[in-house]
Design a protein around this ligand. Structure first.
Ligand code: ATP
Ligand code: MG
Length: 384
């Protein structure tokens, strides 16, 4: 699939940006803090609805403006789609697809456009906190499944309500019985939607593992073996079985067993919002033992695996967004990445130094120079 045109209005520091993309490679060049990542972020939101970098929609809107607008023309393997997403300070979005207003702007965005984002920050995925790995799973699963998005939204709301109740129970000294009765309303929803989330996450992790294993094996000439395992407290005593009713039963047991601890801590302690992905290399935990180079290889394998997952599950080649990654990848890893990309993939690359990019990348590329949120020169091709 291709992003054929992008128009941004008041998106972060970009007050106005409009470009047609008639090439497969687009290089966004500029010094620090000029707006390069912001452009990629806007593209990523079209696929995943939310941004890894923003906690709230407000952050995406140019300071002192009422709304931000992302307009785009997209070409899929069998369609042309025009998406217009308005992000408002009120928190309510407006979405039009092919000129038609949609009732559910969050959910209806999903499934039209797919991206894989690879940013320098992704290196933290290995050493960083479990929340980063959960975010990684959630943003990828969101773009792949509207159902996942809806389940996740309901689940999050129920967790917020449960946490508020636990906190107020602690402060007000509510009786145990009354608290248990009130909690059961939220626990029921948490189990219902949490079990579905869990099933989809495990399935996705297994798929990513099988693809990423092969990439890492190839990259390391057979010396490195990758393992990914979904970790949930729910299965700490019993093995995982891909059966939603069994998962619900285990989930319920686990919540019941954690009642005292949840009450003492004033928060929900069991469920997908506390889970993790265990990443291992040659049977050792990557978080603790992977070298810098191994971490880079693992991330690269995971990103190529994400790409493959979209291709297989959605029958579309996603748009690849490479945010400042080439300075982090040595020549052999850069080559590996380039040689393992699917034919016809459209790639957006940001960089501060064109010299960080291999010659192959510059061929037939559109180079846009960004300064203070604006394209400063007419677009030039790299041959210029
Ligand atoms: P780097 O090379 O350091 O990664 P960059 O070009 O990718 O830089 P961006 O992350 O795109 O930089 O950010 C550009 C600028 O946008 C930053 O100075 C940031 O403060 C600013 N910015 C972020 N959010 C908003 C907003 N809502 N309104 C206005 N400016 C914003
Ligand atoms: Mg940046």
């Amino acid at each position: 699939m291709l992003l054929k045109r992008l128009k941004l209005t008041n998106f972060r520091n970009i007050e106005h940006f409009e470009e047609d993309f008639n090439t497969l490679k687009i290089i966004i060049l500029g010094q620090n803090a000029q707006g390069k990542s912001n452009i990629l972020e806007a593209v990523n939101i079209l696929a995943k609805s939310s941004s890894d970098r923003a906690l709230r929609d407000n952050e995406l809107i140019n300071f002192n403006k009422e709304f931000a607008l992302i307009n785009s023309d997209i070409k899929t393997s069998d369609d042309d789609i025009e998406i217009s997403l308005q992000i408002n300070t009120t928190g309510r979005r407006k979405l039009k697809i092919n000129g038609v207003s949609k009732k559910a702007p969050q959910a209806d965005l999903i499934g039209n456009f797919f991206t894989v984002m690879f940013a320098a920050d992704d290196l933290y995925l290995i050493k960083g906190s479990p929340s980063l790995r959960r975010k990684w799973l959630d943003s990828n699963l969101t773009q792949l499944s509207k159902i996942y998005h809806n389940h996740f939204a309901t689940y999050q709301k129920s967790i917020t309500q449960k946490n508020a109740l636990l906190k107020s129970a602690f402060e007000s000294g509510m009786s145990r019985k009354s608290l248990q009765e009130q909690l059961s309303i939220w626990n029921k929803q948490i189990i219902e939607y949490g079990a579905e989330i869990l099933l989809q996450r495990v399935d996705y992790v297994n798929k990513i593992e099988s693809f990423a294993k092969q990439f890492l094996n190839d990259m390391s000439s057979g010396n490195e073996t990758l393992q990914l395992n979904y970790f949930s407290k729910i299965f700490s005593d019993t093995p995982y079985v891909p059966d939603v009713e069994k998962i619900k039963a285990m989930f319920e047991d686990s919540i019941n067993n954690s009642f005292d601890e949840e009450l003492a801590r004033g928060q929900a302690l069991v469920g997908p919002h506390r889970d993790d992905v265990l990443i291992q290399i040659n049977d050792k935990e990557a978080r603790a033992f992977a070298s810098q180079g191994q971490q880079r290889s693992i991330i690269l394998s995971l990103k190529l695996a994400e790409l493959k997952a979209v291709e297989i599950l959605k029958n579309e080649v996603p748009v690849l967004l490479l945010d400042d990654v080439f300075a982090e990848l040595d020549e052999s890893r850069q080559n590996f990445l380039l040689h393992n990309l699917p034919e016809g993939i459209q790639t957006f690359i940001t960089t501060t130094h064109i010299s960080d990019l291999q010659h192959d990348l510059l061929e037939n590329a559109l180079v846009l120079k960004v300064e203070k949120g604006k394209i400063v020169k007419k677009p030039v091709t790299s041959g210029f």
